[in-house]
Design a protein. Sequence first.
Length: 162
Amino acid sequence: MKRISFWALSTVSAVVLLFSYHTSTAGSSGASTSVHSQQPVVSSTEPTSTATSSATSSAGTSTKKSSSASTARTVTGSVASTQWGPVQVELTVAADKITKVTVLQYPSGNGRDGQINAYALPILTKETIASQSASIDMVSGATVTSGGYLQSLQSALDQANL
């Protein structure tokens, strides 16, 4: 009888603890997701020797950049809405080649988002420049951000006709 009573109390305790655990997805106490759009978290550039002056468009359209040696243009991808917040990518294209990738928006609602993005976004931008396409691998542990990045990247590539 003591074993049955002990087992019942242990089970009830485990269930109470399980349901009282607060996760990062808890709706009532979860912090609102903010969008970081002041400065990009990541900007990868292919080595170039030309100086450029930029003018970017916030409407997601291509804008020309002037350069002394070649003409580069900036293309902003559409905003990809993800579970944790929006993701938006901007490409600099010169001679039909991606020379720079900048992440304009990314989830930043909590400290964990910052850790994930600090790790994942540099990998995604370097892979984009290396592959010159959206055919890149997603980053393990940053699946949602990677998916939004790829969606916005494909939008920018479509606008750039690459």
